[in-house]
Design a protein around this ligand. Structure first.
Ligand code: ATP
Length: 147
């Protein structure tokens, strides 16, 4: 028994396949979904999505969105989503630094869109987390070697 999984953004279908398990960041915390799970309707938080299929793992960074699961079919509509190999770590780090700078410069101004900046910060941190954890390490998290 598999899960028919699909994740799409307004731009494209990011990943679509029949998979064994999906672990995803909902607003109530991280949940793991196996075939025959009860139906789910939830919003997603920024974070990491882990997809398992035939012993292989696929890692995605997601910025938020909406998930629906019913009858072994899962559909995620995400604001943005990238597979780990698509993530440009330097771009995410540059964007994170820009947001940090804006937040620190404009702390006193009423016109600042704190919600927008905070959301962008969460997006960039999710990309950085996934990229740093898995890039070039398909088998699992990077192991740091003490010098
Ligand atoms: P930036 O400030 O870095 O230009 P942005 O705020 O314009 O980013 P988003 O609105 O989060 O970016 O996303 C726009 C598109 O760019 C989406 O398709 C998203 O998947 C892609 N994207 C954004 N940042 C990255 C990144 N670091 N690596 C790969 N794709 C990215």
């Amino acid at each position: 028994m598999k899960i028919k999984f699909k994740i799409a953004t307004p731009e494209k279908v990011v990943y679509e396949d029949e998979v064994d398990e999906v672990i995803l960041p909902t607003q109530l915390g991280e949940i793991g979904v196996l075939p025959n799970h009860l139906p789910i309707v939830s919003s997603l938080s920024a974070g990491e999505i882990l997809i398992k299929k035939d012993g292989q793992e696929t890692h995605l960074a997601v910025s938020g969105g909406f998930v629906e699961f019913n009858n072994n079919q899962m559909t995620i509509l995400a604001d943005t989503a990238e597979r780990v190999e698509e993530i440009d770590e330097q771009r995410a780090e540059a964007a994170r630094a820009r947001v940090q700078e804006l937040l620190s410069q404009q702390r006193d101004r009423e016109s600042v869109d704190f919600t927008g900046l905070a959301a962008k910060m969460e997006r960039e941190l999710a990309r950085l987390k996934v990229a740093r954890k898995y890039k070039g390490h398909k088998a699992g998290p990077q192991i740091k070697v003490e010098e």
